[in-house]
Design a protein around this ligand. Structure first.
Ligand SMILES: Nc1ncnc2c1ncn2[C@@H]1O[C@H](COP(=O)(O)OP(=O)(O)O)[C@@H](O)[C@H]1O
Ligand SMILES: [Mg+2]
Length: 250
């Protein structure tokens, strides 16, 4: 794979995958108020890809993840998920927005920003309930998810009484219980103890092996080494010559 150093060259390691990618940004521009944060992003991610987003603090990684999840919308350009343009208007269609939220999971950097229910059980049940599943199916999903993540003993605990590592597992459980196709992780290892980091690294590899699409913003070298199929650099390029990479937001 030749290196890609210009916007004129390939924008995706897949080459010309137009119309077939699961996640497709085309000239996507976003500003908070008048401050441009995402500039002319053109990027394609295929189903099953593991992409690591790299870039300095403030380069727009978290904002790009928010766009993928339909939490912000472009002032110019487009983002399509599985062929459908994600806009403020398309997200007002409840069928579409529920579908996007159930297919694309977002694990925030700060678990506290994600957890708001009175118990772990309610927290993990929230997504499946929003999807309109039967209570029997919701219960089955909660049981399976708590068992899979080894947090059954935390079931009746209030999230704010948990340790940082426990909260991260619960935040992941909330997404896992919806069984999405795409997992967006924002700095997943930041602030975790060694034991939780090891567990999470193994879990990410399991998701990858299961064919999930992973989009991970991280500065962590070992995480990048172990899971990235390719890299997306936000802004300046610094690193990894051994694997495909693209640059956006230059
Ligand atoms: N809610 C917000 N309102 C205004 N500016 C924001 C907001 N969130 C992020 N920004 C700004 O957008 C830029 C990109 O932020 P972010 O996407 O969080 O970058 P990264 O995740 O790469 O550190 C930063 O300059 C940041 O200050
Ligand atoms: Mg960030």
């Amino acid at each position: 794979m030749s290196h890609v150093h210009t916007t004129e060259a390939l924008h995706s390691p897949h080459g010309d995958a137009h119309g077939t990618s699961l996640i497709a940004f085309d000239d996507f521009c976003f500003a908070y108020d008048d401050v441009p944060v995402l500039r002319h992003i053109t990027l394609d991610i295929n189903a099953g890809d593991s992409v690591v987003l790299m870039g300095d603090n403030g380069s727009g990684k978290s904002t790009l993840l928010k766009a993928i999840c339909g939490l912000i919308f472009p002032q110019r350009g487009t983002y399509r998920f599985d062929g459908t343009e994600v806009t403020e208007r398309s997200m007002r269609d409840e069928t579409f927005s529920k579908r996007l939220h159930s297919r694309v999971g977002f694990i925030f950097q700060d678990s506290d920003a994600q957890l708001f229910c009175a118990s772990v059980e309610d927290e993990v049940a929230f997504g499946p309930r929003q999807m309109g599943l039967s209570e029997a199916e919701v219960t089955r999903r909660v049981d399976d998810t708590l068992a899979l993540l080894g947090i059954e003993p935390l079931r009746m605990r209030a999230p704010w009484t948990l340790s940082g590592g426990e909260r991260k597992r619960v935040a992941i459980a909330c997404v896992l219980s919806m069984n999405p196709d795409v997992y967006c992780f924002d700095e997943p290892l930041a602030g975790l103890d060694a034991k939780t980091r090891d567990w999470l690294l193994g879990f990410l590899k399991q998701l990858k092996a299961a064919g999930k699409t992973l989009i991970i913003a991280t500065h962590d070298q070992s995480l990048a080494d172990e899971v990235a199929d390719w890299f997306c650099y936000m802004g300046e390029y610094h690193g990894y010559d051994d694997r495909p990479h693209v640059h956006v937001n230059e």
